[in-house]
Design a binder for this molecule. Structure first.
Ligand SMILES: [Zn+2]
Ligand SMILES: [Zn+2]
Length: 393
């Protein structure tokens, strides 16, 4: 169980930028190949491959989950798939999409108990259905995002009514078959293309209605809740990243499991660093004398104070890369680097003595001190001569 999980893109054999259609095709091919019913001689391997492909497809076919996976890797999927990871509900959804009937007709069970009987429940009319996700924005300072932080969020969600346990039925009353649809959850109606099946408007597809509605929730089985949730924001999150918090969204109909709370990170900018992916850029203003004479320079990194060696004659704008001193690894992103850009600052408010020293320096400077300026002087002279010659004609 502790084996390293394979990359989802690798499992499906598709490139990272594959579109939805390509992903679907790749999964269909694998699902057909590894369908346990087609591999009676190596059932165990087939089931493992089938489940691996299904999990990869579940992640990559859902834009929200795919985004999370691209950002946080398998670590992020623990939350995206709920506390138990990829499970029978997720698998049931996929099998329903591909093979119809909520996955029915599958004759195999996955080991470990958790997968047994996945072909029913979730899709049956009146069965529990997963609730919707909710969203919240968390504002973080640059430093909080860089170093990580545990935030307390007030979460508002619809949860199962404590009075009726989510059934919507008052004490002593029960759910009875819906008269409108006869318990099937669907009715026939004249639609645009003729007679069509439609979700029953009375029971909303449940197939049952409550005999006497619960007073607390009015019969829909849900009440508003207000709870405080501690969310660990991992070190290194970037502006715009989303973190799913499993099971803190809205509860589903018929006592269905809660959806997720999606936490969006809004990160402030820093006065010191710019962020470029996982790299941090530090534009360090330095004295022209430091670049000319060389020396040492102290710079701040996320891990501590570092000392940079500046060589004599270092050009303005020189970049020095400090490996592994950038944004910490987060999800599937590796630790970044710190890139220090040395930018000469023109001295201001010179004292009389400093002015004299600079004047002496200027008087003493020669072509070999400023090869670039000397080359430009020569190019300027040639240009001037050409311009004057052209005007004479
Ligand atoms: Zn009905
Ligand atoms: Zn109730």
């Amino acid at each position: 169980m502790a084996a390293q999980k394979r990359d989802y893109y690798e499992v499906l054999g598709v490139p990272r930028d594959a579109d939805a259609e390509t992903i679907k095709k790749a999964y269909r091919k694998l699902a057909m190949k590894w369908h346990p019913d087609r591999n009676p001689d190596n059932k165990e391997e087939a089931e493992a491959k089938f489940k691996e492909a299904s999990e990869a497809y579940a992640a990559l076919s859902d834009p929200q989950k795919r985004q999370t996976y691209d950002r946080f890797g398998h670590a992020g999927m623990k939350d995206a798939f709920g506390a138990g990871g990829f499970d029978m509900n997720d698998l049931g959804d996929i099998l329903g999409q591909f093979f119809g009937g909520g996955g029915g007709g599958f004759s195999f069970n996955f080991g470990g108990g958790g997968f047994e009987g996945f072909g029913g429940g979730a899709r049956r009319p009146g069965g529990p259905r997963r609730g919707g996700d909710t969203e919240q924005v968390v504002r973080l300072s640059f430093e909080e995002a860089l170093f990580g932080k545990t935030v307390s969020l007030r979460v508002h969600a619809a949860v199962a009514c404590p009075e009726c346990g989510g059934s919507g039925a008052a004490k002593g009353s029960k759910r009875v078959p819906c008269k409108q649809c006869g318990g099937s959850g669907a009715v026939r109606a004249r639609g645009f293309f003729g007679i069509m099946q439609q979700t029953c408007p009375v029971c909303h597809g449940a197939g049952t209605v409550v005999e006497k509605p619960c007073k607390r929730c009015g019969g829909d089985g849900l009440v508003a809740s207000d709870e405080t949730v501690e969310v660990r924001i991992p070190a290194g999150v970037a502006h715009g990243m989303s973190l799913p918090v499993a099971g803190k969204g809205n509860a589903g109909p018929n006592d269905g499991p809660r959806g997720d709370l999606i936490v969006h990170c809004a990160v402030s900018e820093s006065d010191l660093f710019e962020r470029d992916g996982q790299d941090l850029i530090l534009r360090r203003a330095v004295s022209p004398a430091l670049l000319a004479l060389g020396g040492e320079l102290q710079v701040e990194t996320p891990n501590g104070t570092a000392t940079l060696k500046v060589r004599p004659g270092t050009p303005n704008g020189t970049m020095q890369r400090l490996r592994g001193q950038g944004v910490p690894a987060v999800g599937r992103f590796a630790q970044g680097d710190l890139i220090v850009v040395l930018e000469a600052e023109t001295p201001q408010a010179l004292t009389g003595e400093q002015t004299k020293l600079l004047e002496r320096l200027r008087a003493a400077e020669g072509e070999r001190n400023f090869p670039e300026r000397a080359a430009q002087d020569r190019a300027s002279a040639a240009f001037r001569a050409a311009r004057e010659q052209a005007k004479r004609k």
